[in-house]
Design a protein around this ligand. Structure first.
Ligand SMILES: [Zn+2]
Length: 478
């Protein structure tokens, strides 16, 4: 990229360690810039004004700013821990009332981000809004330019102070470290202020992301500004990759990982690439994220789930997780998937950690379900998921015992028995009955847990009878 208007070393590999900006303008106007205003002096016989702004944090060239207009200026402040941070607004006089009315949102967002993502990065100076007329916003360091006090806009641009300004993407290939994060933090602001809007907005965002079958968060053509700032991929898919990491790692490890990234000596007040984020999340969570980042940063597309499930007895389900992918760059997306089982009066959500195609799970949901819904909170980037209740494919009269040898308990699966009830009896080596239970079968099936922590070590005989014809005997060792 080349500089448009001021000569500088303009790249993603070096920051100025501090700046002083001197602006001369007609005396009727005010000039805004980065950092703190040191002085305003009338010069040229009172016809002109000289403003001196000083900023003492490292800053990338594209985050240096100045603007001059007939600004109205007002000051606010916000308590961040033990620091009372000044907030300064330069807005057009005709918009003074709306900026004064809306600034409390950014003060609240400052506290929210400060508490969850680490200290406000420029806490020794200030945060500021400067109104301009270009459209949208620009996250200049400590001095965000905005067209209006719109809440979506200011929560996004504020987020860049952490993700974009303090830590700047080290390559345009990694622009999601700026824009995906700012989108995610703005959603996080909404999640905290308007939680009821989140399910709907996540669904519409995922529909947008999956409106095409391909496209990576990684920018594969950095010669194209349109590709770098692709709204679907760099902003929304980037944001939802963070959602998936949050779901996979859990809130605690995820947010700790982000705070660790914010303090990482390798990137602090400098530049980061995607492996820098990965390293911090791995170190905080203890999980290996190589496959995740291969699939979701460089890989393209998304999974479509077909969940086949079978009720086993009164409270268990067998689940088979099948997946197709939308793009050949990824064969399989390994993800935790939330499944909500329901009937008319009960529901339970479980999470299966699905690591291979066709993987089988058995889970105790505690009731007989009639439906399963997939990822109802929309944590994942997926599309066209279906769930199908399938009949139990076990052979007739299947009885399985595991584990053997037994420890504190063992399990019996009774499937497709031609009976409505079964009796289970366990005898010790002397022939004494040590455990007995009667089981009501649901569609010929039930999943039985037998507690055995009280039993001495030795050999046991398990006897199961069902109906007139079914008689099952097995030796067990403890
Ligand atoms: Zn942005």
């Amino acid at each position: 990229m080349e500089a448009d208007w001021w000569p500088c070393r303009n790249g993603l590999d070096d920051k100025a360690d501090s700046i002083d900006i001197y602006i001369t303008n007609p005396a009727a106007y005010k000039a805004a810039s980065n950092g703190l205003l040191q002085s305003e002096t009338l010069i040229a016989g009172g016809t002109k004004k000289l403003a001196w702004w000083k900023h003492r944090y490292p800053i990338a060239s594209y985050l240096v700013c100045l603007a001059v207009s007939n600004y109205s200026v007002f000051n606010s402040s916000v308590q961040l821990g033990s620091i009372n941070l000044p907030m300064q607004t330069y807005c057009y006089p005709e918009d003074l009332a709306s900026f004064q009315a809306g600034t409390y949102n950014v003060l609240n967002a400052l506290q929210l981000y400060h508490n969850n993502f680490g200290d406000y990065p420029f806490i020794k100076e200030k945060y500021g809004h400067v109104q301009f007329g270009w459209g949208g916003g620009m996250e200049h360091q400590t001095s965000t330019f905005v067209t209006s006090i719109d809440e979506n806009l200011i929560s996004h641009e504020l987020a860049h102070q952490w993700f974009g300004d303090k830590i700047t993407c080290g390559s345009w290939e990694d622009i999601w470290l700026n824009e995906g994060f700012a989108t995610f933090l703005a959603s996080f602001w909404h999640e905290n202020k308007y939680p009821y809007t989140i399910p709907g907005s996540r669904i519409s965002e995922v529909n947008y992301i999956t409106s095409q079958t391909g496209g990576s968060v990684w920018v594969d053509d950095t010669s194209s500004v349109g590709r770098i700032f692709d709204n679907r991929l760099s902003y929304y898919k980037g944001s939802h990759v963070l959602y998936m990491l949050r779901f996979k790692l859990g809130d605690s490890a995820f947010f700790r990982g982000l705070r660790r990234y914010q303090k990482d000596p390798k990137v602090i007040y400098g530049f980061a690439k995607t492996p820098d984020l990965q390293r911090n999340l791995e170190e905080e969570s203890g999980q290996n994220l190589t496959t995740f980042f291969n699939n979701w940063f460089k890989g393209q597309g998304y999974p479509t789930y077909r969940v086949e499930w079978t009720q086993i007895g009164s409270s268990n389900v067998q689940i088979k997780m099948n997946q197709a992918t939308s793009h050949p760059s990824v064969n399989f997306f390994a993800l935790p998937v939330a499944l909500k089982f329901k009937n008319a009066t009960q529901e339970k959500t479980i999470v299966v950690d699905n690591t291979s195609n066709g993987e089988l799970f058995i889970r105790n949901i505690g009731f007989i379900a009639d439906t399963v819904l997939i990822d109802t909170e929309c944590w994942l980037i997926t599309k066209n998921n279906v769930s199908v209740k399938v009949p139990d494919a076990s052979p007739p009269n299947s009885i399985q015992i595991f584990p053997n040898p037994i420890r504190d308990r063992f399990y019996i699966t009774l499937r497709n028995l031609a009976a409505s009830a079964a009796s289970v009896n366990l005898y010790n080596a002397a022939g004494q009955l040590v455990y007995s239970t009667n089981v009501t079968l649901v569609n010929g099936s039930e999943y039985v847990e037998v507690p055995t922590q009280q039993l001495a070590t030795g050999e046991y005989t398990l006897q199961i009878r069902a109906g007139n014809d079914i008689r099952f005997i097995k030796k067990l060792l403890k």
